[in-house]
Write a protein that binds this ligand. Sequence first.
Ligand SMILES: *Cc1c(COP(=O)(O)O)cnc(C)c1O
Length: 400
Amino acid sequence: MKNDDLRKRYEAAFMPNYGVPPLALARGEGSRVWDVDGNAYLDLIAGIAVSSLGHGHPALVEAVSAQVAGLAHTSNLFLHEPEVRLAEKLRGLLDADARVFLANSGTEANEAALKLAIKYGKSNGRSYFVATENGFHGRSMGALALTGKDAIREPFGPFALDVRFVPYGDADALKAAVTGECAAVFLEPTQGEAGVVPPPEGYFAAAREICDATGALLVADEIQSAIGRTGTWFVFRHELAGATPDILTLAKGLGGGLPIGACVAFGEHGGIFAKGDHGSTFGGNPVGAAAALAVIGTIERDGLLDHVTAVGERLAAGITATLHPLLKGVRGRGLWRAVVLDGARAGAVEAAAREAGFLVNAVQPDAIRLAPPLILTPEQAGSFTDALPAILDAAAEKED
Ligand SMILES: *Cc1c(COP(=O)(O)O)cnc(C)c1O
């Protein structure tokens, strides 16, 4: 069994920070992947909301292959057309006066946002930040300082930043925490790692008002949620009725599997960094930029936003229609959903789903995250909801 062999070798060669993942994947096609032993799975997690076009999509393969063959890297000493086209494309999708910084990952996009906010704060006497309990912003030291999960933050503290955490979704608590000395509020318009938790209606708009009233910057971390995942380009569009955040961060689904992140600053905030203030050797490299252009172009050309809405509704309806003692409900939008369980049974459900041929993610002890490729077909969504009762039965039999 190659899976067992590779898992043993992985365990010996790698640091234990991820534990040992359950499977070694070998290849993928569309929304399906195969492990090294030849078992097939329907991929309902897409590398954590990353493989937006699924696996081996011709548009992505062609764009990346042509770019890597032509010019793989320039550094920031030289510019290149794919990055210019990508920044212009993002400005077009946002329909706003915005300036872009390209990074390699989510956490780096947030580091750029944080440096913008620090510089903004220094110029007008603002010295602290507000973020949310259970929020997730990344693992590098700045983004980690903003991450509202004690178990992953506290072992690496104290941090050089003054960050105050408020309960997510509580506009009164946010209002009380944000004064004229607050530099920025970091918010996910829907929390991802917390288990796909949308805020109560009006929360994000209230955050916009609170920031307008105090002069704090509103930073929307859409690293997991943007680029079609919920049937819209950006979740803030659902929440802000025409308004925008001051800073927006993107990554996961943007490159469709190639590493790229973006920090976008709106209006005058696009001019906060002066020459020399920030940089990245790999950030915005031509291959990542070509991949992002292919992802965005395919979503547009194939009408994937409407597709995501329709298939996501089918998926949610199928889950809602399932009656099972382990199942409490479903949260989320589009193809970004949490199956909410009665009790801490997510590990067992994830394992039972895998044994039944579906890759899902136990994002919280009581929640299973689904974030499939945006090209998932209605039939594939249906195959999961058809299998769900048997998966839950099998999970009920398992030890935790
Ligand atoms: C994944 C994620 C990050 C961190 O991105 P990495 O690419 O893993 O560094 C930050 N914020 C949110 C909301 C995320 O989901």
